[in-house]
Design a protein around this ligand. Structure first.
Ligand code: PLP
Length: 401
């Protein structure tokens, strides 16, 4: 299937035919199939879930249950361990509060890395501060260093390792198999932040060997307001409820919480968002995960060739893997914000700044942040051709001064 075909499925590009959208790491555009699923729910099937016996409500229950199964299959996970949240951010906070916080006290520690998005950084800072536990931050120089630095920081007092599966700043490969082998060997639960991973790689939580994995639906072509926290089902009983309210109790006893994932989904859910997320996953499966990977790898090669040709003027941060989907760069003499504005003048959408990873940019010695171009299945070779032409033009203007 050609890239042009992928692109045709996304109405955004009919409304913005001249836009080169290279900000999918922030949020991905939505295929028509997702928009249709949302519209159908609101127009034809709108009803509460898990609460009522009438026909439309039972239909909504079925759709919602099917959505959970679709998402479980997408991760090769047991549907019992799929908790619906509103975002990766909420998932990380739930994990921190429900699983880790009750186990933390002085003498215990949590291990994360310096490559985390604030969503997988600040919840740990806060619960360690509250409990007197220690937050240990692994500082790898590049992707291959992750297992070694994590090994030196973990010990018998480590309650959890929470690590990004793919950084939102650096495109380096992170050796997930080695990290999970290390955690298994040391019997430490492992959480993976999959926010930048799941749209670009087939995911199988059994092979990944993680105990938790979370992501946001909107970065995987689904609706905003949909997020997932996968929990290895055996661990669910170790977790305390996070939000309290309707729909999370067992029978009539308000103090007996529902078993399994239901205990963590208090209140009326964003039903449409999860039906939309399941539609996004069905759409990806229809395109074929392999076809998407092959297409994105070709784009990654073109990206890396383009940056190599400009290496005298542009510094790419990190060492992007052959299939990297994010490219963050800095250019001597050009402020990232100015570059992003000039690229916008060429119809090119990129992100500039510190991408919610201030501590990483500090560690990289980049006080102004950088510019990030990120890929998705709808990008084309022509997009990247225009991006590099636009970048050269922006550099000619800014670096001349
Ligand atoms: C690696 C990573 N983790 C977590 C998040 C948080 O996602 P959200 O803002 O959708 O909750 C992001 C968002 O950019 C991210 O890139």
């Amino acid at each position: 299937m050609s890239a042009v075909h992928f692109r045709r499925d996304f109405p955004f590009f009919q409304h913005h035919p001249e836009t080169v959208f290279l900000d999918s790491a922030a949020t991905a555009q939505k295929p028509q199939a997702v928009i249709d699923a949302l519209t159908r729910f609101y127009a034809e099937d709108c009803a509460p879930v898990g609460r009522s016996a009438y026909k439309a409500a039972r239909q909504a229950d079925r759709r919602y249950r099917t959505a959970r199964q679709t998402i479980a299959r997408f991760l090769d996970a047991d549907a019992a361990g799929i908790i619906f949240t509103k975002s990766a951010t909420e998932s990380a906070n739930l994990l921190a509060r429900a699983f880790a916080r009750p186990k933390l006290c002085k003498g215990k520690n949590i291990v994360i890395t310096a490559w985390e998005h604030n969503s997988n950084y600040l919840p740990w800072v806060e619960i360690c501060r509250e409990s007197g536990a220690e937050l240990r931050v692994a500082r790898p120089v590049s992707g291959p260093d992750f297992p070694v630095v994590l090994d030196t920081l973990t010990d018998e007092h480590t309650v959890l390792v929470s690590c990004t599966a793919a950084s939102n700043v650096l495109g380096d490969t992170i050796p997930l198999a080695e990290i999970s082998a290390l955690c298994r060997q040391k019997q430490i639960p492992l959480a993976l932040d999959g926010a930048q991973y799941v749209a670009h790689h087939p995911v199988d939580v059994q092979t990944l060997g993680c105990d938790f994995l979370f992501f946001s639906g909107h970065k995987v072509y689904g609706p905003t307001g949909s997020g997932v926290l996968y929990v290895r089902p055996e661990l669910l009983d170790e977790m305390a409820p996070f939000l309290l309210g309707g729909g999370m109790i067992c029978g009539d006893d308000p103090e007996c919480y529902a078993p399994g994932a239901g205990r963590f989904e208090a209140g009326s859910p964003d039903t449409a968002a999860f039906i939309g997320l399941a539609a996004a996953i069905d759409y990806l499966n229809t395109l074929g995960r392999d076809a998407i990977c092959i297409h994105e790898q070709a784009l990654a090669r073109q990206m890396q060739d383009g940056f190599r040709a400009l290496s005298h003027r542009v510094q790419l941060l990190g060492q992007p893997a052959p299939d990297a989907s994010v490219y963050t760069f800095v250019c001597p003499g050009a402020h990232p914000f100015d570059l992003a504005c000039l690229l916008n003048g060429h119809g090119i959408a990129v992100r500039s700044g510190k991408m919610c990873a201030q501590h990483l940019f500090d560690a990289l010695g980049q006080p102004l942040g950088g510019v990030r171009a990120s890929l998705a299945c709808y990008n084309t070779a022509e997009d990247l051709h225009r991006f590099f032409n636009g970048l050269e033009d922006a550099l000619n203007r800014l670096q001349r001064k």
